[in-house]
Design a protein around this ligand. Structure first.
Ligand code: PEP
Ligand code: MN
Length: 338
């Protein structure tokens, strides 16, 4: 961290600043200029709030040189993290994985049928929401525990691990017992109490990017989970809010190379929520694999026109299989298996 003080700052204030940071275990180097003094702080500055430092009336500017995250930081963990979900490996040089399934679980028969089709189409995990974060309180809110048990049935039938969204702490025991990957939805990316609780869980986490969050804020959310002891976090880009109206959200594919540079955690792309339109899912899936994504999570429905949620962005099973096949060729072209 680099701090500069205002012109004419009295020596006793400079001494105070140096002492404050040295007391926090940092080493402070002072460069005296003719007008300004510049302080270089060396050590663990993650706990220092730069806004508070800037509140000192003698401080002219504060610049953070290192990232405010540690556990998620590539700098301190050079190797790619490979997350293991019931033997399926995600991240690093491992195969690109495809997770498919309905937005909402609508019943055992529905989710079991889709699970079989997802598996046949090349998917290796099943997604399905039982607790749904809906914009309207009058919209379908999910089948709850019943939906989770329907997913369990589909796993028993197909062997596909199950991914489902956790919305509140009180369901943690249920997820700990039945779910293989805990999804934290976009709307809860900064629900810090939930993140802390998930940090104590023993299941891998799929952390979606918030609707209007920066990449750094997103990494900080992963840091929350990791700081609690759960290091098995995967990022999931699902599009962000922009002024564009032709798509539901704007898919930010630049997060793939950026996250790979800043962090060691796997990156999954959700082209379904990112576009909101099944017609766009294929192209965005191909682009995501080309850009180095470790996996895709795609909404699949056997009757999209009558889906209880997100039908417009859901692929029919045959189309899903086609998309996976095309992605395979792209994966090979960029040196990955799928
Ligand atoms: C979902 O996966 O169905 C979902 C609600 O996703 P998001 O949190 O990205 O909107
Ligand atoms: Mn959905």
């Amino acid at each position: 961290m680099i701090i500069s003080t205002k012109r004419g700052t009295p020596q006793q204030e400079i001494d105070k600043i140096i002492k404050e940071f040295e007391d926090k275990g940092l080493s402070v180097t002072l460069i005296r200029g003719t007008d300004y003094n510049v302080f270089g702080l060396v050590g663990d500055t993650t706990k220092i709030d730069e806004k508070l430092v800037a509140a000192n009336p003698y401080v002219e500017s504060v610049t953070r040189v290192s990232a405010p995250y540690k556990r998620a930081n590539r700098l301190f963990h050079e190797a790619d993290t490979v997350v293991d979900v019931n033997g399926i490996k995600i991240g690093g040089k491992e195969k690109v994985v495809v997770i498919g399934g309905p937005c909402s679980v609508e019943g055992a028969e529905q989710v079991c049928q889709i699970a079989r089709q997802v598996k046949a189409g090349g998917g290796c995990m099943l997604r399905g929401g039982a607790y749904k974060p809906r914009t309207s309180p009058y919209a379908f809110q999910g089948l709850g525990t019943e939906g989770i048990m329907d997913m369990v049935k589909a796993r028993e039938e197909t062997g596909l691990p199950i991914v489902s969204e956790l919305m509140s702490e009180d369901k943690i025991p249920e997820f700990e017992e039945y779910v293989d990957v805990v999804q934290i939805g976009a709307r809860n990316m900064q629900n810090f109490n939930l993140l802390k609780a998930v940090g104590k869980m023993h299941k891998p986490v799929l952390l979606k990017r918030g609707l209007a969050n920066t990449i750094e804020e997103w990494i900080m959310s992963a840091e929350y989970i990791m700081a609690g002891g759960n290091e098995n976090v995967m990022f999931c880009e699902r599009g962000i809010r922009t002024f564009e109206k032709y798509t539901r959200n704007t898919l930010d594919l630049s997060v793939i190379p950026i996250l790979k540079q800043k962090s060691h955690l796997p990156v999954i792309i959700d082209p379904s929520h990112a576009t909101g339109d099944w017609r766009l899912v294929e192209a965005m899936s191909l682009a995501a694999v080309a850009a180095g994504a470790d996996g895709l999570i795609i909404e699949v429905h056997n009757d999209p026109e009558h889906a209880w949620s997100d039908g417009a962005q859901s692929l029919k099973p045959a189309k899903f299989a086609q998309v996976v096949e095309k992605c395979r060729a792209v994966a090979r072209a960029v040196g990955r298996e799928m």
